[in-house]
Design a protein around this ligand. Structure first.
Ligand SMILES: Nc1nc2c(c(=O)[nH]1)N[C@H]1C(S)=C(S)[C@@H](COP(=O)(O)O)O[C@H]1N2
Ligand SMILES: [Mo]
Length: 214
């Protein structure tokens, strides 16, 4: 009972602070949610591939990736199935860092990003969201390398940053676990859930869950 009421208290606090999107409930757990099985990992086979509207296609090994400068960001996570998890600490590489480090050079025609992951999971984002602080190529959670079930060695992560209200906040499905590819596109292309009927934009504040809500 005590645990339950403290959860309610926290929920109330985040609601009052304007951090609780409509239709969401707070969880203190970290649910594991994905389509398919947790994939196996073989470092000798693993690369992060980048292609599409880039000057030159490139692949990074895990060693190369983790040598890049990392950013620490605290996110509120919001899943379309209604759970929200607050103040989660992540560390990883910003898409902007890949550009500033000269790893990728985007063509002016690059407008969208599609993340490609194991088990044929994909998700799409407008490039401006992918370049903002709300999107991270995350390698660490709460100071540790990602646990297997939360997408070791890398995930695309999308979360809300309470102090940065001006940024566009979208549901967690728009970050791919077991990410291995970044495809830059001129025209938008729907991903796994978007093709299954989820809203293409997925704005958490507008509760854009299914395409029919548009
Ligand atoms: N590869 C992959 N990534 C995915 C998904 C998936 O099914 N496959 N589901 C998304 C959804 S809906 C959520 S809520 C989060 C869950 O991440 P977690 O299991 O670390 O909580 O992963 C997102 N990324
Ligand atoms: Mo989700």
């Amino acid at each position: 009972m005590e645990i339950k009421s403290s959860r309610k208290e926290k929920e109330k606090k985040f609601r009052e602070e304007g951090r609780m999107p409509p239709g969401q409930v707070l969880t203190d757990k970290f649910p594991v949610l994905h389509y398919g099985n947790v994939p196996s990992f073989d470092e000798s086979q693993w690369t992060l591939k980048m292609w599409g509207e880039v000057e030159r296609e490139v692949s990074l090994t895990l060693k190369e990736l983790i040598q890049l400068p990392r950013t620490k960001i605290t996110y509120d996570l919001h899943c379309v199935t209604r759970w929200s998890k607050f103040n989660t600490q992540w560390e990883g590489i910003r898409l902007n860092t890949l550009i500033s480090e000269g790893i990728i050079n985007l063509k002016p025609s690059a407008n969208f990003l599609v993340q490609h992951a194991e088990n044929e999971y994909t998700c799409n984002l407008p490039l401006d969201i992918a370049l903002s602080d709300t999107f991270l190529l995350a390698t660490h959670y709460e100071g540790e390398p990602l646990p297997m079930e939360h997408s070791f060695p890398l995930r695309g992560l999308i979360g809300a940053i309470p102090e940065k209200k001006g940024l566009k906040d979208v549901y967690l499905w728009k970050g791919a676990k077991w990410l291995w590819g970044l495809e830059f596109l001129e025209m938008d292309k729907k991903g796994f859930w978007e093709l299954a009927g989820y809203h293409n934009e997925g704005d958490i504040w507008k509760e854009q869950k299914m395409a029919a809500d548009m």
